[in-house]
Design a protein around this ligand. Structure first.
Ligand SMILES: [Zn+2]
Length: 275
């Protein structure tokens, strides 16, 4: 999902739209929000661990490999740098392990490793919460870190990949100064300690483009995107984002700066974890 070209050029003025733009570029495929055929429950409630849904289709992908589309789901599909959820679908006493979740042709598809589900079945979905919650903490931490880096150095994020043990963010940044980076991480931890609320909501496209710099945003937004999902860290950061987040910054815990790598001209890769 790295498209640094879109972000190239001097940035002289901060605005909501620039922030939106930053994550629109990274999360573009996610911002189709709750399109007619997705019904992604995690968009409205990141803390939903169990849900009931109806099987809309079953496709065999190989031995012990079946792709299930549900009429709604709380499973997060691999996208925008946030890894997929795992867990299970159950019908009666039978459990169908969910080993991968992806987005294909606008549908969220659950790969299960057991045969037996049929179209029309009503199933219960259960998310592997430990994994998901770790990724939520990582994701909100990544927003905090990006914003601190951006405020202090003007750096823009050009890529990111969250993980369970460690996550990374790529920045377009001239300086390669580990001491400064450590300072940025200390600042990010100060924000964590402030325990700011993290809110998610949808903003109609018309409202988003009323804000200054509309052409830039309009240029990267496909016309069929009618609304944007917004993730706002109260009084600190606002981004368009389709991922799952904790509801207050203190839930992140403590952010640890692992290391930084020099990936060539203006490209800095930063690794971190949350403990
Ligand atoms: Zn994000």
């Amino acid at each position: 999902m790295e498209q640094p070209g879109v972000l190239a050029g001097p940035i002289t003025q901060r605005s909501v739209v620039q922030n939106l733009l930053r994550e629109v570029v990274l999360h573009l495929p996610l911002l189709f929000s709750n399109g007619a055929n997705m019904n992604a429950l995690y968009m409205d409630d990141s803390y939903l661990k169990e849900f009931e849904a109806k099987v809309e289709s079953v496709t065999k992908g190989g031995e012990n490999k079946f792709f299930i589309v549900l009429d709604k789901t709380a499973f997060y599909p691999d996208s925008g740098g946030q890894p997929y959820d795992t867990g299970k679908l159950t019908k009666g006493d039978v459990e169908y392990p969910v080993v991968y979740v992806g987005k294909f042709s606008g549908n969220i598809s659950h790969e299960v490793s057991r045969e037996g589900l049929k179209e029309g079945d009503v199933v219960k979905g259960v998310i592997d919460w430990e994994r998901r919650y770790a990724l939520m903490r990582m994701h909100t931490a990544a927003h905090l870190i990006s914003e601190v880096f951006h405020r202090d150095s003007g750096a823009f994020i050009t890529g990111n990949q969250l993980g369970l043990d460690k996550s990374r963010i790529d920045f377009s940044l001239e300086d390669f100064d580990r001491e400064k980076m450590s300072e940025y991480f200390a600042k990010a931890n100060e924000i964590v300690e402030k325990d700011l609320n993290v809110k998610t909501y949808f903003l109609p496209r018309e409202e988003a483009i009323k804000i200054e710099n509309i052409t830039k945003l309009a240029n990267v937004l496909p016309p069929n995107i009618k609304e944007l999902r917004i993730v706002e860290i109260d009084g600190f950061d606002i981004q368009a984002d389709g991922g799952t987040h904790v509801k207050s910054t203190k839930e992140i815990g403590k952010i640890e700066f692992i290391k930084a790598e020099n990936k060539g001209k203006n490209n800095r890769r930063v690794y971190f974890k949350v403990v």
